[in-house]
Design a protein around this ligand. Structure first.
Ligand SMILES: Cc1cc2nc3c(=O)[nH]c(=O)nc-3n(C[C@H](O)[C@H](O)[C@H](O)COP(=O)(O)OP(=O)(O)OC[C@H]3O[C@@H](n4cnc5c(N)ncnc54)[C@H](O)[C@@H]3O)c2cc1C
Length: 215
């Protein structure tokens, strides 16, 4: 949803968002705490001394140094812009508080003390509506379609009833969350988690990707 708003604001046209669930929100709507960000105007206004370096240090420590340092650096450097962006699209992350794992007050929350996730999803839904970007609910992206040269030319999607259809497009942005529910992929990277979690399998009533490539 963020990518769709940003792309539209930068001039992209004819965007659609596919959401496999009956409502938007994903894991984001469950988030309650807030958004960690360093060197924001809200911290400065409250006299909080923070820095990108300290945010990176705290995050690496919290992740037992298993985090990818380059990604942590990007996250920390872009964090203040993320807070500004949310507020610019009609969200509210204007109150700074103290949270676990942070050396200073760094977590940005809505001023009415409500949970951060629903505020964010409501703001994104409203912005997409304002920008006329359609959101197809209960529509699961199943395959990314490639042409002979390997370039992306569309998405094969399935509705709740399993009805397949094809969306032709020039570009696809994947923003489908993590892969914690895909035990096969989890085990590929963490063999010790084999059998730890077995989600119900979703039937995929669709042809193979190679068949779709041919068509
Ligand atoms: C209980 C809880 C509390 C949290 N609290 C915080 C917090 O306070 N602060 C914080 O920063 N983070 C918090 N997090 C983490 C944060 O919520 C996630 O990191 C973040 O929401 C991930 O956003 P996302 O857009 O990547 O994924 P999501 O919000 O999960 O969005 C992915 C979307 O893609 C859809 N989708 C997936 N596959 C397909 C498909 N094939 N076709 C179509 N649609 C598909 C999903 O249905 C979903 O709507 C919390 C997480 C949880 C679970």
């Amino acid at each position: 949803m963020t990518a769709a708003v940003e792309a539209t604001q930068k001039g992209a046209t004819n965007l659609i968002v596919l959401e496999k669930m009956p409502i938007t929100g994903g894991n984001t709507v469950r988030a309650t705490g807030g958004l960690n960000a360093a060197e924001t105007p809200y911290q400065k206004a409250d006299g909080i001394e923070d820095s990108i370096e300290l945010f990176v240090e705290d995050t690496m420590k919290g992740g037992k140094n298993l985090n990818d340092p380059k990604l942590v650096q990007v996250m920390a450097e872009k964090s203040a812009d993320a807070v500004t962006w949310v507020n610019e699209i009609g969200g509210d992350l204007s109150v700074v508080g103290q949270f676990g794992g942070a050396s200073v007050k760094r977590i940005h929350r809505p001023s009415d003390t409500s949970a951060v996730g629903p505020m964010l999803v409501n703001a994104l839904n409203a912005k997409l509506k304002e920008l006329d970007v359609p959101v197809f609910l209960e529509t699961e992206a199943v395959h990314i379609l490639l042409n002979e040269e390997g370039a992306v030319v569309g998405v094969q999607a399935a509705t709740k009833g399993g009805e397949p259809y094809t969306i032709s497009c020039k570009a696809v942005i994947l923003a489908s969350g993590g892969f914690g529910a895909n035990s096969e992929l989890v085990v590929k990277y963490r063999k010790d988690l084999d059998g730890f979690f077995a989600p119900p399998t979703t039937p995929v009533p669709l042809e193979t990707e190679s068949l779709w490539r041919k068509s």
